[in-house]
Design a protein around this ligand. Structure first.
Ligand code: ADP
Length: 494
């Protein structure tokens, strides 16, 4: 055991060790140190440690060495002493070092133990990984990168951008050349965006979209550029940013815009047609009545057998129908313009009677109305004229349907029931006509759907809209055993 010399231990140590004299020259280097640095001991012998330090850190090292040698004390590993060494191949190694002063015959030696600093390796690895990630992300997102140096008036750009600008081989380009590829119509706006970002009072943010024209093939592409101006001593120094080819996106946008325009036109046309149809629907009936009254008058006059009283009645009929048409149009317009709906407390029994009278007066008289009204019906909140209109429409449809059959009596049953749980009343109008087949049932509320030769197909569509505007619902009972059975609800006055 006594023969185990310091040199033996030194050579056998797993950690890299150097023994340097008081001038910082290497006296010994163990195997691990030789391996780490890539030098043989003979090459290291007498070499100033400083020479193993990466040139850019030598000055710094020199200063610390002097400081240490003036007051040598032990410093363990992980005490924060680091050294960037160069191995024989010129590769930089970040080493943690421990320093132990040893006194041999009045001479001071320093034992240095090295270990490769894990931190830097990890950091380098992380940097490499993040660079790779960035590269992949850039590639995936089709991003180009540029760096516009204001002072030198040049633009550094990456491969992606060079490809778009049609200048594959040039790693930098003069700013003038860079701008030359930009569409003349887009240059001003783009320059204004740069000027704004260069203003020291701004956030330095730059954002622009512009077209570029590839000088080789004349192909035009849309570019979206974003970046930031960096300032030095308050002066704009450079603009660094990314670009993205957004040509496809722009094309899609344009197509969508055209489509949207077309759809809007179609919609406008449809609205116009629907409005015209709704007006026609409102005028149809009074016009037919006016025409009938006028024919009676003409006929009487032509045949010289008129009584003044009959003529008066017919002309009064004309006036009344004309006024009704005017009122209907007025209400329709108010409804279409979505003016505020004026509702009132209404007695449904009265409204039903009024509607029946109007249908009678219109010449639909040959039917038998049956009313089943619940006792003590509460008042409903509604626009009386609109509900009247719905009822008239349901009664007319019922009569028209029943007329297609050879029935001795055309019966329309109207029931009104209270739905307490829903705070509303339900009105049921049922005829004894042919009813509706399932295909027709599905479509009756569609605007313009009609099975009648002179029908417009707006009656039920408008009726449903009116009931909904009054806070209720209108539907067809598909399970009705006889004829067609329509239901609608209205809220009870609270
Ligand atoms: P129009 O009366 O102009 O046809 P509507 O919207 O009022 O327009 O009615 C649409 C269609 O619904 C009618 O053409 C008819 O086929 C059907 N319909 C409506 N009411 C009845 C009913 N009581 N019996 C049978 N079919 C009906």
């Amino acid at each position: 055991m006594r023969r185990l010399s310091f040199r033996t231990i030194f050579d056998a140590a797993a950690d890299a060790m150097l023994l340097a004299n008081g001038n910082g020259q290497i006296a010994w280097a163990n195997d691990a140190a030789q391996q780490l640095l890539g030098y043989a001991e003979i090459e290291l012998h007498g070499l100033a440690i400083e020479m193993l330090v990466a040139p850019r850190y030598r000055k710094q090292y020199h200063y610390y060495q002097k400081l240490f040698l003036s007051r040598p004390t032990q410093r363990g590993l992980n005490a924060g002493n680091e050294l960037v060494a160069l191995n024989r191949e010129g590769k930089e190694l970040l080493l943690d070092i421990s320093l132990s002063p040893i006194k041999i015959k009045q001479q001071t030696y320093i034992l240095m133990i090295f270990s490769v600093a894990k931190r830097r390796l990890d950091a380098e690895e992380a940097l490499r990984a993040s660079e790779e990630r960035l590269r992949l992300a850039k590639q995936a997102a089709d991003l180009g990168i540029f760096d516009y140096d204001f002072k030198r008036n040049i633009v550094y750009w990456d491969k992606q951008m060079r490809k778009l600008w049609g200048k594959q081989s040039e790693k930098t380009v003069s700013y003038e050349e860079f701008v030359a590829a930009i569409h003349p119509e887009d240059r001003e706006a783009r320059q204004a965006a740069i000027d704004k970002a260069m203003d020291p009072d701004s956030t330095g943010e730059f954002k622009a979209q512009y077209r570029i024209i590839n000088p080789n093939n004349g192909v035009e592409r849309w570019i979206s550029a974003r970046g930031r101006v960096y300032f030095e001593d308050g002066c704009p120094h450079r603009l660094i940013g990314i670009t993205r080819d957004i040509t496809e996106q722009k094309n899609t946008q344009k197509k969508l815009q055209v489509q949207r325009g077309e759809t809007e036109n179609i919609l406008k046309q449809q609205v116009a047609v629907r409005t015209a149809s709704a007006i026609a629907h409102e005028l149809n009936q009074p016009l037919a009545a006016i025409s009938a009254y006028s024919e009676v008058v003409l006929h009487a006059l032509n045949n010289d057998n008129f009584s003044a009283a009959n003529l008066k009645r017919a002309l009064e009929g004309c006036v009344e129908q004309t006024q009704r048409a005017g009122r209907s149009l007025h209400e329709l317009l108010a409804f279409l313009q979505k003016g505020e709906l004026v509702t009132e407390r209404a007695n449904l029994t009265d409204v039903i009677h009024e509607a029946l009278n109007i249908v009678y007066d219109d010449g639909y008289g040959r039917f038998h109305p049956v009313l089943h009204l619940e006792q003590n019906l509460p008042a409903v909140q509604c626009n009386r004229v609109q509900i009247q209109k719905v009822l008239i429409n349901l009664f007319r449809n019922a009569v028209e349907a029943m007329r297609t059959m050879d029935l001795p009596i055309l019966t329309i049953i109207t029931k009104v029931q209270i739905m307490h749980e829903k705070d509303c009343v339900v009105v049921i109008v049922q005829d004894s006509g042919p009813g509706l087949d399932p295909i027709v049932t599905k479509r009756i509320f569609e605007p313009f759907f009609t099975t009648k030769p002179s029908g417009i197909g707006m009656g039920l569509a408008i009726s449903r809209a009116l009931i909904e505007a009054n806070g209720g619902q209108l539907w067809l009972d598909a399970d009705a055993k006889t004829g067609a059975k329509f239901h609608f609800t209205l809220p009870i006055v609270s």
